[in-house]
Unconditional design. Sequence first.
Length: 326
Amino acid sequence: MVERTAGRMKGVEVEDFASASLVGFVRASLARRRLDVADAQPPAPGALIALDAKRGLLRRIAEDHGLGTVHAIGTDIRHAPFDPILHMLLAAPTGADLIGRWQRLERYVHSRHRVRTERAGSRDLVLAHVSERGEPPDPAEDLLVAGLLVGLLDKRGCGPVDLILVQEDGTEIAPARIATTGGPVQTHRWRLRWRAEPTSPTPTVPLGAAQASARGSTARVLARLAEDPAGPWSLQGLADDLGLAERTLQRRLAADGLSLSTAIAEARVQEASRLLTETQTPIGLVGLLAGYTDPPHFSRAFRKRLGFTPSEYRKIKAKPTRAGAR
């Protein structure tokens, strides 16, 4: 859902995927709201979506329907179906952690536009949407990202969520009232507040490698870790989730030759292998969704565990097997 600057090889793959995912979501929201946009024709299936095409679409929406509508479209992320990136974001145990995961996603794909935290309080943040290099984000890009964060927090159970635009003189404007101001509005700085923290468990993920292959007393452990491999796990937190005493969990892991860190590493590798074989998620994003800090870390850990790089593993698993082949 974030944009990546031009790169090479795997970097381009991540950029294309992120752009296609974002534009697809925006078009779905337009259809849901029954809004027409001039020249907003969907690309041919499989077409690469350039950054300028995404930016042009958002500008046309703003021109035809106003910046407030762009923000509202962003909030429609609460209606989006299951997606690996959304699952990673929505597995956050708190609102602040969800924002942190969004920022981590931006760093992971080297997005040219980033959400920076300028002030942090209890369920009360001042954020700025800034450019790492090149020209700053368009107002429409600011409002879309602001809406996405509101929608994600709401979908995670943090509502009601309130976002206002903070002006240079300290005044505040609601996105829905931009058209009534009668003058220029700064759209890149926001005050974001939410009233509650999630009380429901993290959303479940379809059955994957960790759940299917684990045996014995570690099955539940790996299954839970695979639901949120990027989570800030602790032995006590995991034990609480599983309804076990911390010492009991530690003994069960040790009985299978595992510690918390090795169990997390195993769950990450197995979740990555599931994404590589069961989805079309680009390799550049698989590592992020499986909980790795950066692509080199992912590639090293995966090859050490399975003997193949992620790309080699996907190719091997994709090869058809001939009947009777030896």
